[in-house]
Structure formats: structure tokens, C-alpha cells
Design a protein around this ligand. Structure first.
Ligand code: ZN
Length: 494
């Protein structure tokens, strides 16, 4: 076989942090030199970006290199060494077979020759050694992390909310966390917290503007708040994943007991945004007039009521007939809803973040990543700049995409509400009805009343931005009965 006149040089950028990484510029120089030394022509460069050869991921550039040889686009392959190709024996073996089958000339800077039986045996041995090395690196890395965690080192990555990068308490954030804990353990909902955070314009942990129930939930459930650290690692002997909890060397913001209580409250309380199907329209949306806790629906002897519940941190002293409260509040919501639509047009119109802006931001970040890649491929950007910048840009891209996604969902929800009319109410799902109630009413309070008779004045509600609570004047029977006229009017609450 003649000397290749159109060789392809395979260059892989690895993210190894143990000093094994070889800059693409140096790979390129060495491969050019190798081609000259072998009397091959100057190669076409195939650059595989950002892939760890030991994780067994697909490598599209490597695949196209082989395809190009089969298609006659190139007639030989240059590669720095077999480490650059793969660190897994099960990948190297098929490649050696492919070379045998196609007769593709392969040269490495380490003098391997895959076209002879002896060269192939050497390749196999090197592959086995490389695979062993990859295993040792991953073992060493997890051992190092484990040792670090055992020594009470700080959590890796972004510091947990409530702490700065040195794991010193940020007083303002810690106060906020303590107030949340109080609220949740008193039976309050994540939704209420999120609404007031968004209304006050408190920046999110990532410096954004929109809080979600999941954001607060994950902050509150973090063991870091108790001065502890969870570390998940792969057991070097068995290969099984294990999580261990360690004592950190930073000050706790909440107690272990509070942590346990929070975990219980945030996983069992139906008012905390779990995706459990709800049975009652106003569960978690009513406030106990005595203690301020959220009230939830509960059945009893064939009927049901909303109750302040001691097991969710309430006083347990107020309960009210569920069907009647639902009927009155529904009436209030639909009346306000129609008034609102007549006066202001559809709920939530205007002030939307534009989809166009989000698309532009995504495109801009993607373009920056491309420019960075191009700079790296041509050697203008070195490893020390490339990897951190790439990571940063990727994080930005993910955040932007996620924001665009949630803005989309928000828009869809608002549009659905805008199309909604009172006539659709009966056909709406419970969750749709609840979202209308939340859109119309800021607060519904159930006050204490004398036992026996349902007192409509004990139910008071307030619209968003309204100054006064409103209550009901009712003429006729309650609960509503077919064939009997019950007239309901609204009155400013006393
Ligand atoms: Zn109560």
C-alpha cells in the first residue's frame, strides 16, 4: 500500500484533570510532524470536542473519520496514541478489527502499526493498560471526594442558599430561611412563600427574578442548613452507589429537628405543591382566622368540611362546612372575574417577557460557544480558558432555556385563564378552578362563629391589591337548595 496522500488526523480534547490532558495545539503539531516523518501528506484535522474517552459516550467525529475512510475521502489515520482514541478495551478491540478489515493505514506518535499481527497485539495490551488506568483515575477521584467530605470540607459547586462561598452565614438569607421554616411548619404553603418573594422582588439563589415552589423546597430540604453534607459516591470495591452524611465545619441555620419536620411537612402536606390529585377546591387556600394556618378539606360521616389541622401546625379550633364555603367563594370568584374581565380585559395580559428576547438570548449564547470552540480548535484559546468558559456558557444557556420554557408555560396558563368565562367554570378541572381562585383572591379567611348555624359573615375574602376584606350578605337558605331562592350580595367586612 502506498503512502497516504489524504490522511485524517484525529484529535480529541479530553477533560482529564490529572495532567493527562494534551492541548489540541500540541497534538496538532505532533501529528503534522508525524505525517512529515512518515512521508504522508499534511492531514485533514478531525477534532472531537469535550468528550471523556473513558465514559463510553458516542463520538461523532471518530465515527465520521471512519466513514470518510470507507468513502475514500481520506486514505489513512493519524492519532497521537491509543489513549486519544479510547480508554476502553471494548472500544479499542472493534477499532483494531475495523483496521484489519479495511486495511486503513493507522500511525500513532508512539510508533504503533495496526497492520501487522505484532502491532495489533501491542495495541491490545496498550488498550488493557489504558482501561485499567481509567478505572484507577475514577477510583482515586471518588476516594479523594470521600476523604474531603469526611473532613468536613464545604459542599462542591455553588454555595447553598444562606451561605457565602466560604460557608459563612449570610444573615439576610438565613433570616429569610428561618421565616420560611416557621411558615411551613405552621401549615403555610410554598405557594404563599413564592408569591410574596416574587412580589417583593427578592433575587433567587441564581440571581433571577422568579421563585418557584421547587426552588424554596430544595433550599429547605438541603442538609447543608443543619451543618451537614451528603456525599454520594461509588463504592470502589462493589461499584454500588452510596450516600453518606457528614458533619460539616460550618454553622447550622436550622436545627436537626426542624430539618426532619420540614422533610415530613414538605413531602406529606397536600398544600405544598405536590402533584397529588386534590379533592377539595379550597384546600390550602383558606386561612384559619384564629391562628393563621392554612385549612384543608376533610371528610367526616358522609359529609366534608374545611378544618384547621393540628397535625399541620394549626390550632385545630376552626372548621366550616365544605360545600357551603365552596359555593360562596365560587360565587365571589365568578362575580369578581366577570367584573375584572369587563373592566380590564383578560387577566394577565401585557407585561409578558417576549419570546423573541428569549430566542435572541439563546442564539447569542450558542454563537459565543461556537466562537469559543473555533478559537480553541485553532489554538487561539488554551485549555485553562476553554474549559471554565465553556462550562460557564453552558450553564448560562441552560438557565436561559429553562427560563424561556417556564415563561412559555406561564403564558399558556395566562392565555387559558383569559379565554375562561364563568360559563366554563362547571366544565373546568379542579386545578383550573384553583388557579382562577388564586388569580382572583389574595386571601380567604374563615373566622370563628357561633356553633349551629352557618354564618356567612364569618367568611371574608380579599382581592389582590384590595384594601378591605369583603364578606357575604345572604338572604335565603344556606346551603343553597334547589327550588329556593338564595340571594347573595357582597359587603365590606367589619
Ligand atoms: Zn387555626
Amino acid at each position: 500500500m502506498g503512502k497516504p496522500i489524504k490522511p485524517g488526523a484525529y484529535e480529541r480534547i479530553s477533560q482529564d484533570t490529572e495532567g493527562l490532558a494534551l492541548g489540541v495545539t500540541r497534538q496538532r503539531e505532533d501529528l503534522e510532524a508525524l505525517a512529515t516523518q512518515l512521508g504522508w501528506d499534511s492531514p485533514t484535522h478531525y477534532v472531537e470536542n469535550d468528550t471523556s474517552a473513558s465514559k463510553g459516550k458516542r463520538r461523532p467525529v471518530f465515527e465520521s473519520l471512519k466513514a470518510d475512510f470507507e468513502a475514500g475521502e481520506i486514505d489513512g489515520i493519524l492519532v497521537y496514541n491509543f489513549d486519544r482514541l479510547t480508554r476502553r478495551l471494548d472500544e479499542l478491540v472493534p477499532f483494531v478489527k475495523w483496521v484489519e478489515r479495511t486495511g486503513c493505514p493507522v500511525a500513532t506518535c508512539e510508533g504503533d502499526d495496526l497492520l501487522t499481527a505484532n502491532g495489533r497485539m501491542v495495541a491490545h495490551i496498550k488498550g488493557a493498560v489504558a482501561e485499567q488506568e481509567a478505572r484507577r483515575i475514577s477510583e482515586r477521584t471518588s476516594r479523594a471526594l470521600l476523604a474531603r467530605a469526611r473532613n468536613g470540607a464545604k459542599p462542591s459547586g455553588r454555595p447553598p442558599y444562606g451561605y457565602d462561598a466560604d460557608m459563612q452565614i449570610v444573615p439576610e438569607e438565613a433570616d429569610r430561611i428561618r421565616a420560611w421554616v416557621k411558615h411551613i411548619l405552621a401549615g403555610g404553603s410554598l405557594g404563599q412563600l413564592v408569591r410574596s418573594l416574587n412580589a417583593e422582588g427578592v433575587p433567587t439563589p441564581r440571581g433571577g427574578r422568579t421563585w418557584w415552589p421547587a426552588t424554596v423546597r430544595s433550599i429547605l430540604r438541603s442538609p447543608a442548613l443543619t451543618g451537614q453534607l451528603d456525599h454520594t459516591y461509588r463504592d470502589p470495591e462493589t461499584g454500588a452507589k452510596r450516600t453518606e452524611r457528614f458533619k460539616g465545619n460550618w454553622d447550622p441555620i436550622i436545627t436537626l429537628a426542624q430539618h426532619e419536620a420540614l422533610n415530613a411537612a414538605l413531602s406529606s402536606n397536600p398544600g405544598h405543591g405536590q402533584h397529588k390529585p386534590r379533592k377539595f377546591l379550597l384546600s390550602g387556600l383558606l386561612t384559619c382566622g384564629l391562628c393563621g394556618a392554612s385549612m384543608y378539606g376533610a371528610t367526616y360521616n358522609g359529609g366534608w368540611m374545611y378544618r384547621c389541622r393540628p397535625q399541620w401546625g394549626g390550632c385545630g379550633r376552626i372548621g366550616r362546612s365544605g360545600p357551603t364555603v365552596d359555593a360562596l367563594i365560587t360565587l365571589a370568584v365568578l362575580t369578581l372575574f366577570e367584573e375584572h374581565q369587563a373592566k380590564h380585559g383578560p387577566i394577565g395580559s401585557g407585561g409578558q417577557p417576549s419570546q423573541h428576547d428569549a430566542d435572541a438570548a439563546i442564539a447569542e449564547t450558542e454563537a459565543r460557544i461556537e466562537r469559543l470552540r473555533a478559537g480553541y480548535a485553532t489554538g487561539h484559546v488554551d485549555d485553562a480558558d476553554f474549559f471554565p468558559t465553556l462550562r460557564e456558557l453552558r450553564a448560562t444557556l441552560n438557565t436561559t432555556k429553562r427560563k424561556a420554557r417556564t415563561a412559555e408555560q406561564d403564558k399558556a396558563r395566562r392565555e387559558a385563564q383569559a379565554r375562561f368565562t364563568a360559563a366554563d367554570w362547571n366544565a373546568a378541572s379542579l386545578e383550573e378552578k384553583r388557579s382562577i381562585v388564586r388569580a382572583m383572591l389574595a386571601q380567604i379567611v374563615i373566622k370563628r362563629s357561633s356553633p349551629g348555624r352557618f354564618d356567612p359573615h364569618s367568611i371574608a375574602f380579599k382581592g389582590h391589591g384590595a384594601k378591605h376584606f369583603v364578606t357575604f350578605d345572604v338572604v335565603g337558605p344556606l346551603p343553597f337548595r334547589p327550588g329556593h331562592e338564595t340571594r347573595v350580595t357582597f359587603a365590606k367586612a367589619a
